[in-house]
Design a protein around this ligand. Structure first.
Ligand SMILES: O=C(CO)COP(=O)(O)O
Length: 128
């Protein structure tokens, strides 16, 4: 089965997630991707990725990704949070990260960890 990956970034981290996704774009093309609204729009427009786009984060997108994850439909999350800017939907953000911990789903919250997670998923996918 194709790896199912959720990609999310706060506004000041969006350039970072585009750059990160660009590094792995060939692998990501073979994955089933979901994203919050604005992040997904940029990934689709700038990298040509096919993505299931949820609502924007402040309008419930993190919760939608969390619900998919709870249903067993997400294998890994790359969520580049902005640690320097308060977010109006902080409870939703915490709920998604908590859901990852509850269900033991890898959740990369910075670029370095994102690289480790995507590299490993890529290796595992090659072995299959
Ligand atoms: O706010 C977000 C995650 O908490 C991201 O939402 P957008 O991708 O719609 O900007």
């Amino acid at each position: 089965m194709k790896p199912r990956i959720a990609l999310i970034a706060h506004d000041k981290k969006k350039d970072d997630i585009i750059a990160l996704a660009a590094e792995y774009v060939d692998f990501l093309r073979g994955c089933r991707l979901s994203a919050t609204g604005t992040t997904g729009g940029r990934l689709a427009n700038e990298l040509g990725l096919t993505i299931e786009r949820m609502h924007s984060g402040p309008f419930g997108g993190d919760l939608q990704i969390g619900a998919k994850l709870v249903e067993g439909e997400i294998d890994a999350v790359v969520f580049l949070r902005d640690p320097m800017t308060p977010q109006p939907h902080e409870p939703d953000i915490n709920a998604l990260v908590r859901a990852c911990d509850v269900h033991n789903i890898p959740c990369a919250t910075n670029v370095s960890t994102g690289r480790l997670v995507l590299s490993q998923l890529m290796l595992l996918a090659r072995k299959k």
